[in-house]
Unconditional design. Sequence first.
Length: 311
Amino acid sequence: RSCFFGSGFEPVVIENVLEGDELRTDVEAVEAKIKTLGAENILCVHSTTSCFAPRVPDRLEELAVVCANYDIPHIVNNAYGVQSSKCMHLIQQGARVGRIDAFVQSLDKNFMVPVGGAVIAGFNESFIQEISKMYPGRASASPSLDVLITLLSLGASGYKQLLKERKEMFSYLSSELKKLADNHNERLLDTPHNPISLAMSLKNLNENNDAAVTQLGSMLFTRQVSGARVVPCGTVQTVNNYTFKGFMSHANDYPCAYLNAASAIGIKKQDVDVFLKRLDKCLKTSRKEAKQEKSVNEINNSNTGAEQLED
C-alpha cells in the first residue's frame, strides 16, 4: 500500500490471468511492460506469496529471472508466508534462479503477536543492514519484545507443532467448507496453489446485488467471525487517483462473488467448526430473506400491472 501513498512513484499494476478458478501472474505482461517503460525507469518489481484466494502466490521463480535479466530490484510481500513451507520454498527457489532483494512478513500473522511489526529479510546481509539503519530511534521496541517473549514461551518445538497443526486444519477446513458449499448449491473454488486461503462462490445470493453479498459479511462480523472476507462482483474503488475495478478480488472481472476463509497459524478444530456453523446459519438466513424480498417484489409488480389494466 505504501507505493500508493506519499512515495512519489507511479504504481504500474499488471492484471492477473484467470486459469480455471485461480488468478495467476501474467509474467509475459510484466516483461512487456518493463520493455515499454525501460528497465532504468523502474524502481522495483513488487510480488506476493501470500494472498486471498482465488489469487494464488505469484510465479516467483519466473519473476525473479526476469528481474535478474533486466537488473531490476525485486521485493516480495510475504505477509503470511513464514507459516507456509510452500511460500518459503518459492522465495528460496526465486533467489536461487534469479533475483529477490527482500521479502517482508508480518509479525502478527506469523507469530500471533499484536499488530504493528514486521520482519524484513533478504539474501544480501549488507542490503538488509542498510534497511535496518533507517529504523533505530524511529520505531517502537514493542513488536520486537512481543515476538521475543512469544518465541521464548513456545520454543522451537512448540512453534513447529503450531505449523504442523495449521497444515492439518487447512485440509480440514477445505473438506468441511466444500461440504457446506455443496449443501448450499455453491462451489469451493479450485485453488490448489494457495496453501493458506480458500474461497467459496456466492452465486445464489443474488450476486448482481452488492448489498445482498456484503450483508453476509456484516452478518458474520456481528457474530464474531472477523476473519472471513466477502467479495462482491465489480466493486470500483479509487486509491490515490488510481481506479481499481473489481476491488478486493485481484481482477477486473472475476466470474463470481465469493467468500474467503483462511487457515492461519494458531487455528484450532473448534474454530473451524464454530465458523462453519455460523456461516451455515447466515447463508440460510440470507437465502430466506432473499426469497421473501422476491415474493414482495412479485406481489408489488402484480398489483402495479393490475392498476394499469384498470386505468
